[in-house]
Design a protein. Structure first.
Length: 270
């Protein structure tokens, strides 16, 4: 492998885009196996939202497209706490907003937003949405993340601001408008509302959400203390190439998966 490594890359590093020893994406022996994997990761992400204090009453939802019926998606049910949700609580929602599997109801906002995103972007296998403090504060300023550090650079030229607020997102038309504005970006900051991130897996979408919220806190803190200096374009692109790598995003979630399933194994109950 050392003979084929790009110049400047150390021979002890794995031959991946980032130069890090990242594992490949998982293979599944059946659709049922992949569905179980997606539902477990979804529930873990929801529990992590709860652990990090991202709950805001009934608000906030994470979804993942079903691996077999791709016009349907799994999502957390209406009125169940992030801190208590289990795999068995998840509901499967079709393109008409009907719950076709599960014993709970769907949050109308979850349906109109997530359904539209999954339909508009084939690469958006998962979507995470929450009304978190620092993202809401950044949105109130009509500001997107600036590349003040490596983590925020993951969203450099890969985020969009949505400021067409019309009240709670419960209309199909508004959901479609949000999805259209998001396009193929990985994050959309909804002014007066919250944050949405997407990815090709729950792991990736959740990682981008955690990263965005943390970067928003850094940006607001730095701005309150003085005049932060952003990276140059070249620096931001270089940082994005590493910290914005999708494989790295997915693997980063694995560490959180290990922690939350060790601390709260009941989340896997079906």
């Amino acid at each position: 492998m050392t003979d084929t490594l790009p110049q400047g890359r150390a021979s002890y590093l794995a031959d991946t885009h980032t130069g890090l020893p990242l594992p490949s994406r998982p293979d599944f022996i059946s659709v049922d196996d992949e569905r179980r994997h997606r539902k477990q990761r979804l529930t873990a992400a929801l529990r992590l939202f709860g652990k990090l204090g991202y709950g805001e009453g009934i608000s906030g939802h994470i979804s993942v497209r079903d691996p077999e019926d791709e016009d349907r998606f799994w999502v957390n049910p209406f009125g169940v706490s992030f801190r208590r949700v289990t795999v068995g609580d998840l509901i499967l929602v079709d393109s008409d907003g009907r719950v076709v599997a599960g014993r709970h109801r769907v949050n109308p906002s979850a349906f109109v937003i997530h359904s539209a995103i999954h339909q508009a972007n084939p690469d958006a296998t998962a979507a995470a949405h929450g009304h978190t403090t620092f993202s809401r504060a950044l949105g109130a300023l009509s500001r997107l993340l600036e590349p003040f550090d490596q983590e925020s650079a993951a969203f450099y030229q890969d985020q969009v601001l949505y400021d067409a607020y019309e009240g709670p997102s419960i209309s199909v038309e508004q959901g479609k408008d949000i999805a259209a504005k998001l396009g193929d970006k990985r994050a959309i900051l909804l002014r007066h509302h919250g944050l949405i991130t997407v990815g090709r897996s729950v792991d990736e979408a959740a990682h981008w959400f955690f990263t965005y919220e943390g970067a928003a806190e850094v940006q607001l803190t730095a701005a309150a203390a003085g005049e932060p200096k952003p990276m140059t374009h070249a620096q931001a692109v270089a940082a994005r190439d590493g910290f914005g790598d999708r494989q790295l995003g997915e693997f980063s979630f694995q560490l959180l998966w290990d922690e939350i399933t060790h601390e709260e194994p009941d989340l896997l109950e079906e």
